[in-house]
Design a protein around this ligand. Structure first.
Ligand SMILES: [Zn+2]
Length: 284
């Protein structure tokens, strides 16, 4: 993924930002993009993962895990230990590599049905889904399951696949992972078109050159203050310790926004989206 490679410029701007005086209050953070899979809990036990989140000032985190059977319970284990802090999300991935095949794997249907019947989840995802694949039977099943249970869909997708999911369920609440890695203009058009589309900003704003928000993004945040949230994306175990720096860095760039907008992006939008999800039950 192209932005994952931009580590060095990110580190440099992070160091620059940390060297400057803190301009933001210690905003609580709603981290909307966390993974805690089997490979992570081997090296980072649950209590240590929770301690990192608390150290970072994360008030709540949307966490998913890949795996099957006992290996699939990372996010549920965290949620059991810290129900105030962890919102568990269900990934349709049971093995490494499922990311590029799950949407054609019919056995995913029974797996997600069984999981949702037996455990509490607030969302489905994060899953990777692009273009016309969104209209295949397995993704359609996922959208229908979310509809029956009032779950948020956390979709790592291009704009086309987002549109196709809304066509299946116009009232869907979709959290667009990484804002689709799309341009501010395209994200703006999508937010205008779909009032129940939210964006997580994982890998979008933490590598801004010199730590300055780009003007197009800044204006987009101000024009749609209710639709964005931050996310670390702990896609590998090694990334977990970055949770603390990510939160600090998020507070730095959020300080370039009006305080009310910064608060919403930092945590209020996540709280609002998932409070709705928790209340909505099984209808719609
Ligand atoms: Zn992710």
């Amino acid at each position: 993924m192209r932005t994952h490679r931009a580590v060095l410029p990110g580190l440099i701007s992070l160091l620059l930002a940390l060297a400057s005086p803190t301009r933001a209050a210690e905003l609580p953070i709603f981290d909307a993009h966390m993974h805690y899979s089997h490979d992570a809990w081997d090296v980072l036990p649950a209590d240590k993962a929770l301690a990192l989140l608390r150290q970072a000032g994360v008030r709540r985190a949307l966490v998913s895990s890949s795996g099957e059977g006992d290996d699939a319970r990372g996010q549920r284990r965290l949620a059991q230990l810290a129900p105030d802090l962890i919102l568990p999300s269900l990934r349709p991935y049971r093995q490494r590599g499922d990311q590029s095949t799950w949407f054609r794997d019919e056995s995913v249907k029974a797996y997600v049905d069984d999981q949702v019947a037996r455990h509490r989840y607030v969302a489905l995802g994060e899953y990777h889904l692009f273009g016309a694949d969104a209209d295949l039977p397995v993704p359609r099943h996922l959208v229908a399951l979310a509809r029956r249970h009032g779950l948020v869909l956390h979709s790592h997708s291009d704009a086309d696949a987002i549109e196709r999911q809304f066509a299946q369920w116009p009232q869907a609440r979709i959290l667009w992972a990484h804002a689709g890695f799309d341009s501010p203009e395209r994200v703006r058009a999508m937010l205008r078109k779909f009032p129940t589309l939210w964006c997580d900003l994982a890998f979008r704003t933490d590598h801004a050159p010199g730590g300055e928000l780009e003007p197009e993004w800044r204006q987009l945040f101000i024009d749609f203050p209710d639709r964005f949230m931050v996310g670390t994306d702990t896609f590998t175990p090694e990334r977990w310790p970055y949770v603390v720096e990510h939160a600090r860095w998020a507070r730095q760039w959020l300080a370039q926004l009006p305080p009310a907008v910064a608060e919403r992006i930092a945590y209020r939008n996540g709280e609002a989206l998932f409070a709705v999800a928790a209340r909505s039950g099984t209808s719609q």
